[in-house]
Design a protein around this ligand. Structure first.
Ligand code: G1P
Length: 286
């Protein structure tokens, strides 16, 4: 079944970036010149997804404004002959179809996915965690869709991490069945000790609609929140789950250091910035 919809949970408070995120959603922090969430939306679009469902909460209206048309701004750019900027702005608002739903209480990632049930219906769908910025030749979601085409069931993005970092992630126990592809045997959210492997779940998922019933059964887990990983564990009792060790460089832009690294390396890829920025970094002599 073709995947059309992508869910972007974006209701979190962004406490790791306070005070910057006091009045601005974390998803709107700029990486070079685009807000974080736009990278994920562009990845979704270039993977062939056409409907974006953003789960928002209090204080997140800037996200809706960003993906909306801005008549006044577009008119002004047109009058001033700024055609390139105009095209850029039109590209953002005309990207794909957007729908918004609100998570009224911060009950966790699993809960945020659960409330999209009526918008998804009975079809497989993609999930993007906007903090995970992935720079890759082939969009990661497209890489995952190939795996989904083959197995027709849930696919998780995974990456090897040092075992000392495993407590920050959902971690799978997998059986390798091919090039970067694993059959998931078990998974655990943020193991405090003895992680089942060094394969950490990164914020891209293709979920079978069976996840919604699993989520309904899921009890609060780590941090008292409804965890998606726990729901996947329930789903695993009745359906196969696969994991793909994707090709690409991932930045945890939800973390200050990861955010800085993403800014530097993405800026170095911009033709209009590269030469001068590179020179600046070299001159720092650190
Ligand atoms: C979430 C998931 C976790 C996953 C991580 C990837 O955690 O719960 O399983 O490994 O995203 O970024 P968070 O980082 O939101 O605490």
């Amino acid at each position: 079944m073709k995947i059309k919809k992508a869910v972007f949970p974006a209701a979190g408070f962004g406490t790791r970036f306070l005070p910057a995120t006091k009045a601005i959603p974390k998803e709107m922090l700029p990486l070079v010149d685009k807000p974080l969430i736009q990278y994920g939306v562009e990845e979704a679009k270039s993977s062939g997804l056409s409907e974006i469902i953003i789960v928002t909460g209090m204080g997140k209206t800037a996200i809706e404004d960003h993906f909306d048309t801005s008549f006044e701004l577009e008119k002004l750019l047109q009058e001033r002959g700024k055609t390139e900027l105009l095209r850029m702005i039109e590209n953002v608002s005309g990207m794909v179809h957007f729908a918004y739903t609100r998570q009224k209480k911060p009950l966790g990632l699993g809960h945020a996915i659960g409330i999209t049930r009526n918008l998804i219906n009975n079809e497989p769908f993609a999930v993007f965690l906007g903090d995970d910025i992935i720079d890759s030749e082939v969009p990661v979601m497209r890489q995952m869709m190939e795996v989904h085409k083959r197995f027709g069931t849930t696919v998780l993005a995974v990456q090897k991490v040092p075992k000392s970092q495993a407590h920050l992630y959902g971690v799978i126990k997998g059986q390798k069945i091919g090039d970067g592809i694993y059959r998931v045997l078990d998974l655990v959210e943020k193991p405090q000790s003895n992680p089942p492997s060094n394969l950490a779940i990164i914020g891209r998922y293709i979920l079978s609609p069976g996840i919604f019933n699993a989520l309904e059964e899921t009890k609060p887990g780590k941090g008292g929140e409804i965890q998606l990983t726990d729901a996947l564990r329930i789903l695993l009792r009745t359906q196969e789950i696969y994991a793909l060790e994707f090709e690409g460089t991932r930045y945890d832009a939800g973390d200050k250091l990861g955010f800085l690294k993403a800014n530097v390396s993405l800026a170095l890829k911009r033709p209009e910035l590269r030469a001068e920025f590179r020179k600046f970094l070299k001159d720092l002599k650190i």
